[in-house]
Structure formats: structure tokens, C-alpha cells
Ligand binder design. Sequence first.
Ligand code: ADP
Ligand code: MG
Length: 592
Amino acid sequence: MSGIIQLLPERTANQIAAGEVVQRPASVVKELLENAVDAGSTIIKLYIKNGGCTHIQVDDNGKGMNVFDARMCWERHATSKITKAEDLYNLDTLGFRGEALASIASVSEVEMRTKSASESVGTRIVINAGTLETQENTAATQGTSITVKNLFYNIPARKNFLKSISVETKHIFEEYQRIALAYPAIGFEFYNQDKNLSKLKKGDLKTRIIELFNLKEEELIDATEETEIVNISGYIGSPKLTKRTRGNQYLFANGRFIKDHYLNHAISSGYGGLLEDKSYPFFILFLEVDPAKIDVNIHPTKHEVKFEDGRHVYTLLQSVIKKTLGAHFVIPTDTQLHNALGYSNTSGNNPSSYEPTSPNMRFNPFDKAKERTATDWEKLDDLLNTPVRPSTKPQQEIWAAPETASTIEIDDIFQVENAFIIAKIAGELSVINQHRAHAQVLYERYQLNQLIASQQLLFPRTIELSKADYALYLDIQDQINALGFDTSEFGKNAIIINGLPSELSKVDGANVVIQILDDFKTNYQDLKINKTDAIRQATAKNAAIKAGKTLSMIEMKSLVSDLLHCKQYTVDSAGKSIIIKLSKSSLERFFH
Ligand code: ADP
Ligand code: MG
């Protein structure tokens, strides 16, 4: 009896695998360049035509292949780079799957010339759509040249998915840049339609970056740190570069380009208040971790890796950026200093407490446990935690009281028990509960859906939540962040707080967020208030100043003025009094 299940022919299996490995011409370029790097080449040349759709060629002067390997390398799972699964944990090459060449050959026409040092004559091989057409001896110098023609010619459906020539060329250039950055000790050349687009001499990383991105030396800051978990090296752009070269972010883990949302975030938040809203820092950073602690075996074309110690890598990376920026003292810029100090007048900060002296070179961001005395670094911390208005946004987008306090008649104002404000408003004596007043002001501000300025924390906080609270958090994360918080998921049931609403930046952010989640639960689940409103109320309550806080004259006046501009200012949403007026008649009643 025969069944209906059959093994797929090798060619078909290769074509299916090719769907994974070869998505577009740039994937072929990546695989060929990586093979050339793995072969120990010192000069690699890339030639493309028509966005790589008709012609991709990579020539290298690496170790080459002997006649046996020249044939073998086109077989699926043929690799010289690992022999057993354990080798995966000790990887020092870019390739290891032995899939790339077999996949590429199954969907194109390839020609290879190669010669190893041990042979006097080279080998030429031609394969069309996975079928060997020619294998012969040829005169060649040591190294390998592989040409891939008419990609996807035998799979029209995939061919149709390709974008315009210019888009495919751009993708190819990106791959070229990534590899050129990771291997500055190798010379690279790139030719498009026979025209030279790039020629990079072998040298050091700094020179490579300057040549590739056409930068000035002083725009780059050296970022290096060796720790037990990870060694970090590379360059970050000065904050000025941030605006100009938006999106130029390169992160490598053990020589492999990676895309890691969290780690990019760690770097951006390391810039703290130096980054304008929606701008991206420039960086080219290399992480070296013990190969046993990193899993690259996720997907052949994806740029994700898994770190065993992801959370620590995050914190270390962020601290290194802060330290680097601090040590170079590119922060703060004059405008930021000006903004920070100008804006802090009402919060009682003394501008002269900040002196831009030389940085504390002994500062160790990893040395958390030790008590430290106030260092320059901490002064900087203070400065960074001082609210700075994001300058990229037009001013009116940021919430402001409709009028200033001075336009409302508030006389004889003072504070009692650090909890109540007593004021004569339009001739009448009023007692105001400062916490409820501020909560109401914030709540109505949130209702206007306007942008709330957020302040990045110099030392972000992570918190572990219960499974239920974490699910709750995920559900309302966007809404919380819209209220000036900068929070995101941070692994299993944990979240990270990178920024707080400006007004809150001095308080314990972790506590506030936990409280907000708690109050939200009560509001939403117990009191059945609609979700958005429940979040706004919970946030307003926890972001508002508390009883016990001493307020300056200006702060009292502006709070009362803000309150009087609220739509509803006598009672809060729960019906509790915010302000009590003691009219002449009610005073008379006391003395009746
Ligand atoms: P992998 O790189 O994962 O091993 P590939 O299919 O990309 O798989 O390559 C198969 C093998 O062919 C490699 O392991 C290597 O031994 C050999 N090879 C490929 N390209 C080159 C090259 N440019 N120079 C020398 N050897 C190469
Ligand atoms: Mg390879």
C-alpha cells in the first residue's frame, strides 16, 4: 500500500527555502558580502545592474575554494562554518546555515570562479535554476567571484513583488553600508551600472564613518565601555547631528547588524533632554557579548537577536551614552541651558546652583549601590530633569492656562497647613484644597487632548507587575503615554519608565505609575467610569501636587488662576469640594 505523502524534490525544497532567505536583490548582496567577509578577504568589490535584478557580482580576495568545495557549496546545508549544533554558541562567522548559496542558485542563474591557495588552477561553475550546467578548470587568482543574474526569472510571482530599480538599489546600498561599517579593516568598492558609487580604503572605524556619511571628525563622540556582560564600542553623534542625519542608527552585536527596538530606545533615552521630540540620534555602536549569551538563530533574514541578559544590556548601554555625553560635555547646549533655567524659576531651582565645571571622570554608572556625594554629574542630572519645553513644537500646541494669574483678581493669598490655599478672589474669601485643585486642572487639561511635555529620566526605572496588572498596562499604555509618560514593555511582566510628565520629573515615577494602574482599576472596574476618563482621572489624581507641599506665591496664584479657568471648579468628578467660598453672610452666621 502506498501513501500520499512524498518527499519534495531537492530543487523544490531549495526554492521554498529561497523564499525565506532571498527576499530581494539586497538579500543576495548581503549573503555574498558576508561570505566574502567570512573568507578572510581584504578587498571586496560589489557590482550591480538594474537594482540587482539582472546582475549582482561580488569579487573577493579571500581564501577561495578548492574544486571539491566549489561544487559542494551549492548544496543545501553545506557549510564549512559549523559542524555541530554546539558550534552555534561559539560562532565567529556571519554565515552558518549553509543555505544561502543553494537558495540563491535555485532562483537565478549563477556563475562562480574560485581558487584556493593550495591549488594551481581555479574552478568555474555555472548553475541555472538549481541545475549544474558547467564545471571546468579556469585560470584564476586566489579568491572568489560570484555573479547572480536574472534573479527570480523562474519564479515570476516573486519577480513581480520587486519594487522600482531605485528602491532596490537603495536597499542594496544599505546592506553595503552595514557591512562596510562592521568591517573597516576591509576595503570595499561599489559599482552601479559600471559607475563607481563608493570606494572605501581599509582603515579604522572613525575614518570609515566619516567617509561613508561625509561627516566632520568633531561631530563624532567615541563611546567605549567594557563591562562583564557586554563590551560597547563605537561612536555616537553629537546632539547637533541628531537633526541632520535622522535615522542613521547602526547597532551591531558580535559583528552582525541588528535591529533592536529596546536597545535603540536605550540609546535615545541616554541622550535625555538633549533630543528634540521626534528626532533620532546618530550612532554606530558595536556590542560584543559572549557568543554563548546571544541567540542569532532566529531567522536568516531578520535582524533580531536574543540576548540572555537583555535588560542589563539595556541599562548598560543607556548609562554609557549618558556617561559619554556627560564626559564630553556636549550637554547642555546654550539654548537648553537657557530654557531649563528660565523655566525652572517657579519650581524654586536656583540657576546659580549649576556650574559648568569639568565632568566627573570617575563617575561609574554601574556603581549603583554606593552612596555618592553631589557630583557634577548629578548637577547635570538635576539640569536634565528640569522641565525643558520641547522647542520643535509650536508653542500653542502645549497646554497653557488661557490667561496668566495676574489678569484675575487674586489678592491676599497664603497657604495653611501646606494643604489649603486661602485667597481673596474677586473680593471674597475662598479656601482651596490644593491637591484637588491641581487634579482638576490636570484632568481638564487631559480632556483637551493636547500635547503634554514629557521629561526624560536620567536613570529610567523598571517595575515588575503582576500578570493581571501587566495586561492592564498593555491595554492602556498608549493612553498613559499620551499624558506625558514615556513607558514601554520591558520583558516578561515588566515595564520601563523612561520619562514622566514635566511636572512630575522629581517624584518617584515607579510609584506613580503603579498608583495610576491601581486607581484606574478602581475607577474603571468598580466605579464603571468609561476607560479614557478613568485613565485621565487616575493620572490627574496621582500627578497632582499633594497636601504637604509648600507652594510659592507664584505657584499658588497660578494654580488658583488655572482652577478658575476650569469648566468645573467647585467640585471634582467624584462630587467632592475643591473650593469653599466664605461669603459675608456665611461668616456672619459663624458669629451668630
Ligand atoms: P554559510 O555561509 O551559512 O556557510 P553559504 O551557502 O553562504 O552558507 O555558503 C556555503 C559555503 O561556501 C560556506 O560555508 C563557505 O565554505 C563557502 N563559501 C561561500 N562563499 C565563499 C567565498 N566567497 N569564499 C570562500 N568560500 C565561500
Ligand atoms: Mg553565507
